[in-house]
Design a protein around this ligand. Structure first.
Ligand SMILES: [Mg+2]
Length: 379
């Protein structure tokens, strides 16, 4: 089998409502979608998303630099081609836009490999289980306390038992009051996760998380800047709450730094960020060696396959408004039913995009992006 063509497009998708956390205000996602065709007619799709920044740069890397050197290669040699791509782009940077570009290609190659094997991805990659639970997540730091509780009560009625709440208000006692209200709404036995989107320095994080421990958080996610491994290690040694990190990390070496420094309890790799499925599986095995849990960030449709492939996976994340179906661009693919995702038996990842719906959001590669999204100062 040989690769015949690789093309990549960027689409700018408006969120139904802006996402506001302690770090960002986000009005759009960008979907960067790579299509790989083979000489025998099998095709694969792979993608990553951005929070509205950098999608065109990723597509330029794929179309301008990676596609020409991959034409004619055997698409099922995922290990060889991943190493080749990563080494080739290493000078441009071993993490970030480069690993996102690699991800879109690698995921498409795995889609082709699974279709050729006539297996769904989750089974080809290991087949640890055939379905996975989801936790309710929302970017809700801007909601009033009443709105927040109403949101959680709706999620409760949809069957969720695990809830993630954004924290990181300027006044920590406000976070505590909001979390007390949510804990009261969900009762003592359900799981309450908290996420401060890198808001604090380590010393502040120790004080703030200690204050919030009365609501018994299941984890504190991204308490400090993701580059600050030592800060996370210091925090982890100072609090009872488990520490979750990974949505900003881009390759196995960045995850290994956290594992080596005993700085995390839960690893949250996103396949679209870490260079695709080839690298994601290595990070999952790294977690397994360290006896840690993997709870992938976002990308529900792919994450469901990946968690079903491994024995040390937790739940997948359902961020309200952030799934392919929420944007109206998915015809077929893993979806949530009663807080559970069944990736199914369709060969490959099973996602079929709605090309007509996508066409309306295609970005001109030479466009200047007028964006409202920005770094955000918190509340
Ligand atoms: Mg997060």
């Amino acid at each position: 089998m040989r690769i015949a063509s690789i093309t990549c497009e960027t689409y700018r998708l408006p969120l139904r409502e802006a996402w506001i956390s302690a770090k960002y205000k986000i009005t759009h996602h960008e979907l960067v979608l790579t299509r790989v065709e083979t000489e025998c007619g099998l095709t694969g799709t792979g993608w990553c998303t951005t929070i509205g920044v950098g999608g065109l740069a990723i597509a330029t890397l794929v179309n301008g630099y990676m596609a020409p050197i991959l034409i004619g290669e055997e698409p099922r040699d995922t290990e060889r081609l991943w190493e080749f791509m990563w080494q080739d782009l290493h000078f441009a940077g071993p993490a970030g836009t480069t690993t996102q570009a690699i991800a879109t290609i690698d995921i498409a190659l795995w889609d082709i490999k699974a279709k050729a094997a006539k297996m769904p991805l989750w089974r080809l990659l290991g087949g640890a289980r055939s379905s996975v639970g989801a936790y309710a997540s929302a970017v809700n730091l801007h909601l009033t306390q009443d709105e927040l509780v109403a949101q959680v009560e709706r999620q409760l009625s949809e069957g969720y038992d695990v809830f993630k709440i954004k924290i990181g208000r300027n006044e920590p006692l406000e976070d505590l009051e909001r979390l007390r209200a949510v804990r009261k709404a969900i009762g003592p036995s359900r799981t309450l996760l908290i996420d401060s989107n890198q808001r604090w320095r380590a010393a502040d994080a120790v004080r703030h998380v200690t204050l919030l421990e009365e609501v018994r958080p299941g984890w504190i996610e991204e308490p400090c800047l993701s580059d600050d491994v030592a800060g996370h290690a210091r925090l982890r040694n100072s609090i009872k709450t488990p520490v979750a990190v990974g949505e900003q990390l881009c390759n196995r070496f960045e995850f290994w730094a956290y594992v080596r420094e005993n700085a995390a309890d839960i690893l949250q790799p996103n396949a679209g960020k870490v260079g695709g499925i080839t690298e994601w599986m290595k990070i999952a095995h790294l977690a397994q060696f360290a006896n840690l849990t993997v709870a992938p960030h976002n990308s529900l449709e792919l994450s469901a396959h990946l968690v079903c492939a491994i024995p040390n996976g937790y739940l997948v994340e359902n961020i309200e408004g952030g799934n392919l179906a929420d944007f109206g661009i998915q015809i077929e693919g893993p979806r949530i039913v009663n807080a559970r995702v069944v990736p199914g038996d369709r060969p490959g990842h099973g996602v079929i995009f709605d090309e007509d719906a996508l066409a309306a959001h295609r970005l001109d590669p030479t466009a200047a992006i007028m964006r409202e999204s920005s770094a955000h100062g918190g509340f």
